[in-house]
Design a protein around this ligand. Structure first.
Ligand code: GUN
Length: 281
């Protein structure tokens, strides 16, 4: 069994982004800029945004965080996004999800200029990904693909089971895998027999937010297991969606939590924002 070390790989990506930022600054006087919009007081969301802000600083980006109260109206959020769309110092706009219930997330995401949609959540980018065209790709699935590349894991013809069908993770993950010629099964909350699907997969990718959902008897010997879940359990520790202790001995490769996919998500956000800055006209 080999651990896929997301923490180290993310550092490598960040170093490469930082080097490109320095060059972009020197040659074109461009400093990549990221605007983050966060609504409400959810501690986990604030922790994620804090990490994103810190990462931006580390690679030399310009970043601004708009912290909005829970009570903000939809039109006020739209106004801020439109301001960021028109701000020439801003290359990437990220609206931290989830948004409060009175806000329509789909409407908000469609206001973001697709050229600044570094989260890849705008239907324009999601559609382009699905058709195999160049696009901004959601950071978590993109980070998983980077891991496969870094560890020379070939996807062609592999049976991959994606557990979770969200717009943020499961659907873009499945599109990327399909574009890489894998055979993809997407399972979700309504799937009748999850084990039947996971136990025949060469690769399992899970991101649903259920601690220890994937047990040893659901995993084929020698499988590759990618755990996207980040769950804080009663004792305060962070665990994934995989029963790591029991599953790891059966795997050829597995990602730990923490230190697996999580750091890659932020690294790919930086990478997408850099790409956007390079395309500045
Ligand atoms: N909430 C959970 N994951 C994400 C993410 O990747 N991007 C944004 N904007 N919000 C999230």
């Amino acid at each position: 069994m080999q651990l896929i070390d997301g923490k180290t790989l993310a550092k490598t990506v960040q170093h490469s982004v930082a080097a490109d930022v320095a060059q972009l600054k020197q040659e074109k006087n461009i400093v990549p800029g990221l605007a983050v919009i966060i609504v409400g007081d959810d501690p986990a969301s604030h922790a994620y945004v804090g990490m994103k802000e810190k990462a931006c600083k580390n690679v030399g980006f310009y970043s601004m965080v708009h912290k909005m109260p829970e009570t903000i109206s939809q039109s006020e959020i739209i106004e801020i996004i439109e301001m960021m769309n028109n701000n020439t110092h801003i290359d990437g706009i990220l609206v931290q999800l989830p948004l409060p219930k009175h806000i329509d997330t789909d409407t908000i995401l469609e206001v973001i200029d697709p050229k600044k949609d570094v989260d890849g959540f705008h239907p324009y980018n999601a559609g382009r990904l699905m058709t195999g065209l160049e696009s901004f790709v959601a950071c978590t699935p993109l980070g998983v693909m980077k891991m496969f590349e870094a560890y020379d894991i070939d996807l062609e013809g592999k049976d991959v089971c994606v557990v979770g069908a969200s717009n943020i993770v499961g659907k873009p993950m499945a599109s990327l895998l399909l574009n890489a010629n894998a055979t993809v099964t997407i399972t979700h909350i309504h799937t009748k027999d999850l084990k039947a699907h996971t136990s025949r997969a060469d690769i399992i990718i899970v991101g649903v937010g259920v601690p220890a959902l994937i047990k040893a008897d659901m995993v084929k010997e020698g499988a590759i297991v990618i755990d996207i879940g980040i769950n804080r359990i009663a004792d305060g520790s962070l665990v994934g969606d995989v029963d790591f202790k029991a599953v790891a001995p059966k795997c050829s490769y597995i990602t730990p939590v923490p230190g697996g996919v999580g750091p890659m998500t932020i690294a790919m956000l930086l990478s997408n924002t850099l790409t956007s800055a390079k395309q500045r006209v």
